[in-house]
Design a protein around this ligand. Sequence first.
Ligand SMILES: [Zn+2]
Length: 230
Amino acid sequence: MAEPESIMVVTPHPDDSESAAGGTIAKWCAEGKKVTLVVCTNGDKGTSDRSINPVDLAKTREKETLEAARVYGLAGVEFLRFPDQALDDTTEFRERLVWAIRKHKPDLFMCIDPGRPYIRHRDHYYSGRVALDAVFPYSRDHLAFPEHLDAGLEPHKIEEIWLFRPQEPDTYVDVTDHFETRQNALHSHVSQVGLRDPERDERSRKRLAETGKTAGMELAESFKKIEMFR
Ligand SMILES: [Zn+2]
């Protein structure tokens, strides 16, 4: 496909996109691309601290996501606000994703690889699975959720899908120049990863360097690419 101008990233929990694709998102934003983030759950079960209540946690995580969006320079964030650990293959979830796709009309669509076998987070699996269904065939077909037409939302064809946390990576992005932004965006999620510290930066750097080795890059993130309608 031609260089994508408009990109949508669907993340199961508020911080998954940062840990898996933060360098790539930072690079796209630095290149002036319009990147919209769709956050499926409110992350209200993401703590081991028994003194924090879920309602406050959800509010905190929304603020943290908006801070990450500011760090990157995202074009926008759509919060679907499903409860944490409650994603399922429902019509409601699928419709919300189709609505976001038709509203923002991305050329390139990114979601989590649903293919992880055995032990997996249900939210991760359903976020990936339902997002792929939303792209094809639902967003494409005008008779799928026809009420969108009344709201002025036209069907939309996605040209390319990238899966993060891929089972079979085939696409690598050099994120060497975007490490700082990636780390700052990731550490916007203070409730999940704490404040930035040199040791954690070093661990992140090592992990990205390991991925980079395969592709001959200093620091890289990996994806699986699916080209549509060829
Ligand atoms: Zn997650």
